[in-house]
Design a protein around this ligand. Structure first.
Ligand code: RB5
Length: 146
């Protein structure tokens, strides 16, 4: 299974740790950068990740200092539902109820072990559909200006 990753410099270290974690679990990682700690602009990487997730029809995980900026940017791309999570329950619900296709994490706000646990929760959960489908469709209609 493919997983798209992307970060700015503030999320770079955590991205690298999660990349190793995903490789150990057998995922194929599609790393969209950045590739070192040099300062970059998080919207560029949020959009790169978002487009790759849509192209590959897979899930993504994005990182910046707080996870806020890069998730805001990714959510501007039609078809993306990026969820910023700080604990496992939200990550599970982001998949089960919101059909989130991107998880956003803050490299400066959470530790590596918690991040791994949040990633596992996100990847192990599935969208439940049903009444949640109707609600997600309402979000998608907003993207059409309806
Ligand atoms: C970069 O310094 C920082 O602003 C960025 O990583 C992120 O936290 C923005 O939301």
């Amino acid at each position: 299974m493919k997983i798209v990753l992307a970060s700015d410099h503030g999320g770079f270290d955590l991205k690298e740790s999660i990349k190793l974690h995903l490789a150990e679990l057998g995922y194929e990682v599609l790393d969209q950068g950045c590739f070192n700690q040099q300062s970059v602009d998080y919207p560029d990487y949020g959009v790169l990740a978002a487009k790759k997730v849509l192209e590959e029809s897979c899930l993504g995980i994005i990182f910046c200092g707080t996870g806020i900026g890069i998730s805001i940017a990714a959510n501007k791309v039609k078809g993306i539902r990026a969820a910023l999570c700080h604990e496992e329950y939200s990550a599970t619900m982001a998949r089960c109820h919101n059909n989130a296709n991107i998880l956003a994490l803050g490299g400066r706000t959470i530790g590596v072990d918690l991040a791994k646990s949040i990633v596992d929760a996100f990847l192990e959960a599935d969208f439940e559909g049903g009444r949640h489908q109707r609600r997600v469709e309402k979000i998608m209609k907003l993207e059409e200006g309806r």
